[in-house]
Design a protein around this ligand. Structure first.
Ligand code: SF4
Ligand code: SF4
Length: 527
């Protein structure tokens, strides 16, 4: 498919595209176009001669029309949403309303579109969206969508319920009307699906040409949804990446390397040298302080980077063991030093508060570590400190979302300890919005009813209260024996593995990264 090079350039609907597929991102154009998943699925669907796929993004209070042909949402036979962040659930409701589509799945008839959800949130916990969506893609779209679309095409003339039953038989598809155990599906070889920008636009948060270097992360950080959702590290081969970079040259954009921990890519230095050798600039989605190299930091500096972001997450040695991130203080200072050597003086540090087994002395350690880094670097220091939100299918899925009072005090400790130091800024997400996120992330089907009445987080809080639901119930610690709303999904690792990891966190025991030949969690046996 030809790459569209100008903003919002309409794509002529392909002749013979029997099925009109609306690919919807529940946020604004700039945000959605920075999501590589949208590019991948757009290309994949339009490569099928039977499908014509057009894009939809959130538009405030206006009629919802496709970017390509300005067709209303309800004129499409299938609407697929990419749902990667819980706060976007309300935007799904908003978009369906603006698109004049019945929000409740059970009220749709044979003449209404089939509404599908994919993305991390759909893969890990469909329950809070079960009343809205007809079907969920559990796992990676590249391998699930082709058979799903074949089934959608071949069942075109069936009544809606019979059709949905057929869809529920496709591997990796969960249909709430026909509940059953569903196994997450994986892309085995990334090289089979080159992933890069397919629409090049200046109108994106990341104004770059995006290329995915790797998927999954073998570091086993116990809080991390991305780490568990994509799990087994899979690298794209260097030759494929080089070809994608050469193809990108004609657009003259900065190359944005995407992946969970870019610095873990085995040939990262060679890749950086190649990009710079082609006279291109580069940027990365994230890197780890213990695998970042001089070459990578130099390449980022050459790409105009002025602030280096490092994610220690916690401040004390105890909490480092709890979260299993595997970063030492030496790693963190070595990364700062690499930044300074490359001429980068300003740093942004990511931390969380309210993690399981944490107390105020651990929070004080965050302040101490930050002060030492500030002294060491001399430049501006920005601390991004956010409440920890427990996520399904991670070892911390049973942990409580911390009490509001505790989080307020933790932030107060940090602000108090750092206020007399110039050049240090603390930014933090509001505790209320983190609470809503925590309710949504581990929510059940009961809150689905509340979400479909809510176009904003404020609506949700109001409707949640009016329905007599209890925040404490959703934010509480869960017992290891409790049946969780997402337990019916098979992610390739069993609950016992997560329980062991939770207990290792409690006992401050580390877990080594993935390695060749490892069979620990079971995922490598199903990929
Ligand atoms: S290194 Fe840890 S935090 Fe980063 S993506 Fe991997 S598992 Fe997540
Ligand atoms: S089986 Fe081992 S190598 Fe494979 S994903 Fe699980 S922990 Fe990682």
């Amino acid at each position: 498919m030809e790459i569209l090079t100008t903003n919002h350039q309409p794509l002529t609907t392909k002749p013979g595209g029997r099925i009109k597929f609306a690919l919807a991102y529940p946020n604004f154009y700039r945000v959605g176009m920075s999501n590589l998943g949208i590019h991948i699925i757009y290309e994949l669907l339009n490569a099928n001669k039977n499908i014509s796929c057009e894009r939809f993004f959130l538009s405030e209070g206006k009629e919802l029309l496709s970017v390509e042909t300005h067709t209303p949402l309800n004129k499409f036979q299938v609407v697929g949403f990419a749902v990667s962040f819980e706060p976007d659930y309300f935007n799904v409701v908003k978009m369906l309303t603006l698109g004049k589509i019945k929000i409740r799945a059970s009220e749709r008839t044979d003449f209404d579109p089939i509404i599908i959800a994919g993305g991390c949130c759909a893969t890990f916990n469909p329950a809070p969206l079960a009343e809205i969506f007809d079907a969920f893609v559990i796992g990676e779209g590249e391998v699930i969508l082709p058979p799903l679309m074949n089934e959608i095409i071949s069942s075109e003339n069936l009544p809606r319920l019979e059709r949905l039953k057929k869809l529920s038989q496709v591997a990796g598809v969960y249909v709430p009307a026909f509940p059953k155990k569903v196994s997450r599906q994986w892309v085995k070889n990334l090289d089979d699906f080159p992933a890069h920008s397919t629409i090049v636009t200046d109108d994106a948060e990341f104004n770059m040409y995006l290329i995915e270097t790797a998927r999954g992360c073998g570091r086993h950080c116990r809080f991390c949804m991305a780490g568990y959702c994509f799990r087994k590290p899979r690298n794209r081969s260097l030759d494929v990446l080089k070809k994608e970079i050469l193809d990108a040259k004609k657009f003259g954009k900065k190359i944005g390397l995407m992946g969970a921990a870019i610095s873990d890519y085995p040939q990262i230095d060679e890749l950086c040298k190649f990009i710079l050798g082609e006279k291109l600039q580069m940027s990365v989605a994230s890197f780890r302080a213990d695998s970042v190299t001089e070459e990578l930091v130099k390449s980022l500096a050459a790409g105009g980077l002025k602030t280096l972001t490092i994610a220690p997450e916690v401040g004390s040695e105890k909490m480092r063991r709890v979260i299993n991130k595997g970063l030492t203080e030496e790693n963190i200072f070595a990364a700062v030093e690499l930044g300074l050597k490359a001429g980068i003086k300003n740093f942004r540090l990511y931390f969380m508060v309210g993690l399981p087994f944490e107390n105020f002395s651990d929070v004080e350690e965050i302040a101490r570590l930050s002060l030492r880094i500030k002294k060491f670097c001399g430049g501006r220091l920005t601390l991004s400190v956010n409440p920890f939100v427990p996520k399904p299918f991670t070892p911390f899925q049973w942990a409580a979302f911390a009490e509001k009072k505790y989080l307020e005090s933790a932030l107060k400790i940090l602000r108090g300890s750092l206020k007399s130091t110039g050049g240090v800024e603390i930014i933090s997400e509001s505790i209320r919005s983190a609470q809503v996120q925590a309710i949504l992330s581990r929510g059940d089907e009961k809150i689905s009813e509340i979400i479909l009445q809510s176009e904003t987080a404020q609506d949700f809080r109001k409707n949640f209260k009016a329905a007599g639901l209890d925040e404490k119930f959703y934010l509480r610690e869960r017992s290891l024996e409790e049946n969780l709303p997402w337990d019916f999904l098979d992610q390739g690792f069993d609950k016992k593995y997560l329980i062991d990891e939770f207990n290792r966190a409690k006992n401050l025991k580390s877990t080594p990264p993935c390695f060749d030949g490892c069979k620990r969690c079971g995922v490598c046996e199903v990929i």
